[in-house]
Design a binder for this molecule. Structure first.
Ligand code: AMP
Ligand code: GLY
Length: 424
């Protein structure tokens, strides 16, 4: 088979690494890819939103399967574009990717089908939002309706902060049109867990759990980022929690989407909060998580391409997912200053140390080749260093050891990824 992956970050590197191992794959392309992905796939310089060029490329190369990984092209109908051209593509169509693309849609869906989530109200104009806030309990959570790179969520402790937040989202439009509508949500407390799943429209198969670290600085301080590190499995995702979620969240979500005429095929990523009242859905994503994928896929035993095909063909009920009985930790090496201002273009050293080091992986998030052929930093998140181990503590020690193998000028990381493990 010839396979094309659309995307170019750490998540796509992990997917490409896993797809390259499939016994079904003869040739792998990635658009646009990055300097790390180039080791396992041929990178083609086409942007993820250029559907016309992507489809033309897939036709020219007779691609058998295209995997669309990021949220923006999925929400904008990338899979629909491939299908319209008679090509096979993995991922939800636009009418199903709305599960992530609109928070108002996903909240209304959960309310309609009784899926546990925080209480909320939706607002299309700032005056109504200001009025509602006057009598609301604090803290309170404001969310831009549309896609905002995971950054359109504001947690407000006081009425003043909440009003300023409405202004930021709806009047100043810090996240553009994503803030035309906002969801105002009850503030919940508890541990967060990320659960990824494969869905074929009807059947859902749950992957092993993971936990992300979204804030930029140690101790969960600083700004929200795309994710600074992950571990898998989460020791807080107990059998009891799993049983509850299977019954009240996972299958009900798949059934709800089908009942709405929005059959979901692809990945559903459940962002859960384990509150004192039980698990609640914080958010849905319609794609693999980044950097959750970098700890989940290294633990997966299955042939990933076989599962993608089963999702497309509606035969996922015949697949048994298998994961290693181990643990994995990913520490993101970022450019100092991320997620705000940072410099890039610095030469990265030490990448070769991962070659042949079993259980150690370096997934590139933002890297490229410079004119001399050096691999240089090319983004806020640069690399995800993943290591496995027999248990979480061993995996964490291994991952931090491997972060020392890498050097670049403004290297920044959190030193407390997986600290929660000690409280389990
Ligand atoms: P989201 O993009 O919806 O996952 O929100 C980003 C982050 O904001 C989550 O990972 C949580 O840490 C936090 N968050 C979102 N919604 C709530 C809520 N209702 N209560 C408390 N924290 C929340
Ligand atoms: N790691 C969170 C996300 O991918 O949205």
């Amino acid at each position: 088979m010839k396979v094309l992956i659309v995307g170019g970050g750490g998540r796509e590197h992990a997917i490409a690494w896993k797809v390259a191992q499939s016994k079904k794959v003869d040739k792998l392309y990635c658009a646009p890819g990055n300097a790390g992905i180039a080791e396992v796939a041929e990178c083609v310089n086409i942007g993820v939103m250029d559907f016309e060029a992507l489809v033309a490329f897939a036709k020219e190369k007779e691609i058998d399967l295209t995997i669309v990984a990021p949220d923006d092209p999925l929400a904008a109908g990338a899979v629909d574009a491939f299908e319209a051209a008679g090509l096979r593509a993995f991922g939800p169509r636009a009418n199903a990717a709305i599960l992530e693309g609109s928070k108002a849609f996903s909240k209304d869906l959960m309310k309609k089908y009784g899926i546990p989530t925080a209480a909320y109200e939706t607002f299309d104009n700032p005056e109504d939002a200001f009025e509602y806030l006057e009598t609301a309990d604090m803290p309170i959570v404001l969310k831009a309706d549309g896609l905002a790179l995971g950054k359109g969520v504001l947690i407000c402790n006081t009425l003043e902060e909440a009003k300023a937040g409405v202004k930021t989202l709806m009047l100043d439009k810090q996240f553009g049109s994503a803030g035309n509508r906002i969801v105002v949500e009850e503030f919940m407390t508890g541990r967060e867990v990320s659960v990824l799943s494969f869905v074929d429209g009807k059947t859902i198969k749950i992957m092993t759990s993971a936990q992300d670290h979204k804030r930029a600085k140690d101790g969960d301080q600083g700004l929200n980022t795309g994710g600074m590190g992950t571990f898998s499995p989460s020791p807080f995702y107990t059998e009891e929690v799993d049983a509850f979620c299977r019954k009240y969240i996972y299958q009900p979500t798949v059934d709800a989407m089908r009942a709405e005429g929005r059959e979901f095929k692809g990945i559903i990523f459940f962002g859960l909060m384990l509150t004192p009242k039980g698990p609640r859905v914080l958010e849905y994503n319609a794609r693999f998580g980044d950097p959750e994928t970098q700890v989940v896929l290294p633990r997966m035993k299955n042939d990933l391409v076989e599962i993608f095909e089963a999702c497309i063909d509606g035969t996922l009920d015949q697949v048994e997912l298998e994961f290693e009985d181990n643990a994995a930790v990913c520490v993101v090496l970022a450019s100092d200053g991320y997620p705000e201002h940072y410099e890039k273009g610095f030469v990265i050293s030490g990448l070769e140390k991962f070659k042949g080091a079993e259980g150690y992986y370096v997934f590139h998030a933002g890297s490229k080749f410079d004119a001399e052929g050096n691999i240089v930093t090319n983004g806020g998140r640069v690399l995800g260093v993943t290591a496995t181990g027999p248990d979480l503590k061993a995996a964490r020690a291994n991952a931090y050891k491997a972060t020392e193998w890498i050097g670049f000028s403004n290297k920044y990381m959190r030193y407390d990824i997986g600290k929660a493990i000690d409280e389990a």
